[in-house]
Design a protein around this ligand. Structure first.
Ligand code: HEM
Length: 525
């Protein structure tokens, strides 16, 4: 008998015994800390924690496709049953789910630094979910250096003025496409056209290239972004599950062709940028990043992988979010003809009909701004913000242990009936009330209950750019077109796809030309 139990078997039995000993220890000998008051928690089971709630939810709603709708519906069910501040556990990982505006306010004011890391799964050596990424970087030297670079140079005031002509070109290109569709009486799926617009803007601002069909290389960026987008959730899961295998030398994730192609393409752009003459003229983000990486006096030495990961993150972070905002805002406007009329009146009186709306008009169009803000309140493209508590602290009167993952449900926060009047109604007027200079506290509170771009140090660094892209696109579509849709109203059902909240039934309409005589000579004068 003894000869049957080989050396390998003995090891296996030993590992099993250790595992069971650990579980027994965990179950019977670790005592909950009674001295601290933990946040409310639904009933849990040993080892799996609260995962059975997820299973029951799926049993009740088997028709819902797991990742398309699950996170918001599931989190909403949890918080309406057990409370807006909730501690739950998925296996050994504790999570704090926040769905109330007052607690979100407390977190982003009192505990901002403490929650300024995300601790997302990462994967060394891949350009997506890479350990050298900015979005995944912990709050530390690299993050602080890059944030400063983004705010001052990459997306700073000068860079925004310099890149304005790119956004104007692309807006004009979209106007041309819509005019052509109007002439042919063809319908437009607005998210597809908006994706080309925003994709081109981001590609030209970052790498000096667009997605135009003449250029084979660039076309491949577009298809790669689309493919990578379509499998973002699978990739995140791959990192969580297969990332562990990579640590013991089994490579799976790196082999995915879409990532390899992305990497190759960005590498080629980097080489071209390095070799191009007149580097100081018309610098795009890649030029700035390369210059910083070669600067011996730079406060932080950024690597080639840092650059690649950051650029990929801008594609992922910038395109879907802006496209979804454009789509939701248009849907709300089409469903509210009185709002559409008021918007047109404002645009006609401020911009007129002889030139196209431009970014510098936006500050003079308060109603347009209010409509976009209201659409972002009801339909934040990133409905859940993931962070982590670095250290234990008190939130809402309860103790939250260090290393607890934080999920701020900004979708729920921006519909919280305790702070928003008629929270489910589309009322842009709520953003038109101006506060007098003495009301700083009130202003801060209002800012922190309105979180479509997240909050605190880790909030979206491109919120201005986002507002400009969405503002001018919506403005152009109102200024130059009417729209006809099939049926009376747009179906406003949403679904969760590729980490963003999008329309379950993509918005399709036929544009009807309102102003076609804008002369290209006087377009932006
Ligand atoms: C309407 C458009 C947009 C919306 C609603 C939006 C929303 C968000 C949100 C909610 C976050 C997470 C913030 C947090 O954790 O508190 C975020 C982060 C980020 N966004 Fe945006 N975003 C938009 C456009 C853009 C654009 C155009 C870019 C760049 C091209 C961009 C780049 C980023 C980056 C790099 C981060 C990570 C910041 C960090 O980890 O510190 N976003 N965005």
């Amino acid at each position: 008998m003894a000869s049957i139990i080989t050396g390998e078997c003995q090891y296996f039995i030993l590992i099993l015994l250790c595992f069971f000993a650990f579980i027994c220890f965990f179950l019977f000998f670790t005592k909950p800390t009674h001295s601290v008051r933990l946040p409310p928690s639904p009933p849990s089971l040993p080892i799996i924690g609260h995962l059975h709630h997820l299973l029951f939810f799926l049993l009740y709603k088997p028709s819902l496709f797991f990742f398309d709708i699950l996170p918001l519906e599931f989190l909403h069910t949890l918080s309406s049953k057990y409370g807006t501040l909730l501690l739950f556990r998925a296996s050994f990982f504790p999570f704090l789910l926040v769905s109330s505006a007052s607690v979100a306010y407390e977190i982003f004011t009192t505990h901002d630094v403490n929650v300024s890391s995300r601790n997302l799964p990462t994967n060394e050596g891949s350009i997506i979910f890479d350990t050298s990424g900015f979005v995944t970087a912990p709050y530390g030297g690299y993050f602080k250096f890059m944030k400063k670079l983004i705010v001052t140079k990459l997306l700073g005031p000068n860079a925004q003025v310099q890149s304005r002509s790119i956004r104007e070109d692309e807006l004009e290109r979209l106007r041309g496409i819509l005019l052509d569709k109007a002439r042919k009486k063809e319908s437009v799926e607005i998210n597809k056209e908006a994706r080309k617009l925003v994709g081109n803007i981001v590609a030209r601002m970052t790498m000096g290239r667009s997605f135009t069909e003449e250029n084979g290389d660039v076309e491949s960026i577009q298809s790669l972004v689309a493919k990578a987008n379509a499998s973002k959730i699978k990739m995140a899961l791959s990192v969580l599950i297969f990332g562990q295998l990579e640590k013991v030398g089994i490579s799976w994730f790196k082999k995915r062709t879409v990532i390899k192609k992305f990497d190759k393409l960005i590498e080629r752009c980097l080489v071209e940028h390095k070799e191009k003459p007149n580097k100081d003229q018309c610098m795009d983000m890649m030029d700035v990043l390369l210059a910083v990486s070669e600067d011996p006096n730079a406060e932080y030495k950024i690597t080639r992988n840092n650059i690649k990961a950051f650029l990929v993150e801008l594609f992922f972070g910038g395109i879907d979010t802006s496209v979804n905002s454009i789509q939701w805002t248009m849907a709300e406007i089409i469903n509210n003809p009185i709002i559409a009329d008021r918007l047109r009146e404002e645009i006609d009186s401020v911009v007129g009909k002889s030139r196209l709306i431009q970014e510098t008009d936006l500050p003079n169009l308060p109603y347009l701004q209010a409509v976009i803000k209201e659409a972002l309140r009801l339909h934040p493209p990133v409905p859940i913000i993931p962070r982590e508590f670095n250290q234990g602290c008190t939130v809402g009167g309860f103790f939250v242990p260090g290393k607890t993952r934080l999920l701020v449900n900004i979708f729920a926060v921006m519909r919280d009936p305790n702070v928003w009047e008629d929270p489910l109604e589309f009322k842009p007027e709520r953003f038109l009330t101006s506060l007098s200079p003495g009301q700083e506290d009130e202003r801060n509170k209002q800012t922190l209950k309105y979180l479509p771009f997240g909050g605190g140090r880790r909030g979206c660094p491109a919120s201005n750019l986002g507002y400009m892209i969405v503002g001018t696109t919506i403005g152009m579509m109102l200024q130059c077109f009417d729209w006809s849709i099939k049926g009376e109203k747009v179906n406003m059902d949403g679904c969760f796809k590729e980490f963003t909240e999008t329309m379950a039934y993509p918005l399709t309409f036929t544009p009807v030309t309102r102003i076609s005589t804008i002369d290209s000579e006087t377009l932006h004068t």
